[in-house]
Write a protein that binds this ligand. Sequence first.
Ligand SMILES: NC(=O)c1ccc[n+]([C@@H]2O[C@H](COP(=O)([O-])OP(=O)(O)OC[C@H]3O[C@@H](n4cnc5c(N)ncnc54)[C@H](O)[C@@H]3O)[C@@H](O)[C@H]2O)c1
Length: 269
Amino acid sequence: MIDLTGQVALVTGAARGIGRATAVALAEVGAAVVVTDIARQVDGLTYGTATGDDLASTVAAIETAGGRAVSAVVDVRDHAALVSAVEQAESAFGGLDIVVANAGVASWPTSTWQATPEQWQTMIDVVLTGTWNTCRAAIPAILRTGRGGSIVMVGSTAAVKPLPTIGHYAAAKNGLVGLLKSLALELAAASIRVNAVHPGGTGTEMTQNPAAEHWQATAHGVAGALELPMPIHRMEAIDVAYAVRWLCSSEARYITGAQIVLDAGATLQ
Ligand SMILES: NC(=O)c1ccc[n+]([C@@H]2O[C@H](COP(=O)([O-])OP(=O)(O)OC[C@H]3O[C@@H](n4cnc5c(N)ncnc54)[C@H](O)[C@@H]3O)[C@@H](O)[C@H]2O)c1
């Protein structure tokens, strides 16, 4: 049985969706969790990002499950804010062992080459630079404990198979793969493992909103499947959370530099 008692986790984008499910799943098996999120609208997006109430609901869900959590409003584009959240983990819970770099955004241009510079930049800033910021803020604290740790990046099947029209998203998620491979080797001697999960279509507010649904309905004329049909039913956030939790556990103690494709078989086709 997975037991993370005594460990401290920090999750980005934890106010809802996959981030919330992961934070609660980690807390259920004993981890104390710092839940972070931008908790306001990200400029330029055509769907709503999480609110302060959403972030408070994650803390409440953890406490209801008998766990311990504190929250921090953090934009992953802001390295200093991430450093403050890491300091909060150390002062509230005595260290940092687990980091889940989950925060992400979506946008749906007509085609990749027609994405606006703002769509491109926001994607790279949040998904790729935000993950790098999360790692560089957290790694010194994990090293300070001297007991190793686990970093999990939430990628996407966009890093596994081509996704026409959202190449900016694919570029950012593919960028994470290069980052995780370098970090996995650099940090192995300190027993810090670095892995990714690549979810396929998962039922969250990122995929269940009018802008995403319009994309699903209209972009299928472009060569190549868009959202690849799943051989088994659409996944929920908890399914991703369980894989992340397993990667953070001692059961995965020799797994580093790995990418778990979690897509109900979609990319097999
Ligand atoms: N839902 C899917 O089908 C799917 C598939 C593959 C990968 N993913 C990835 O999973 C992760 C979580 O997405 P989700 O589906 O739960 O969507 P979601 O929109 O419900 O959750 C994303 C969270 O990130 C937060 N966020 C956005 N920008 C931020 C920033 N700059 N700083 C801090 N927080 C920020 C949002 O407020 C939100 O709470 C993302 O990285 C996404 O790309 C999702």
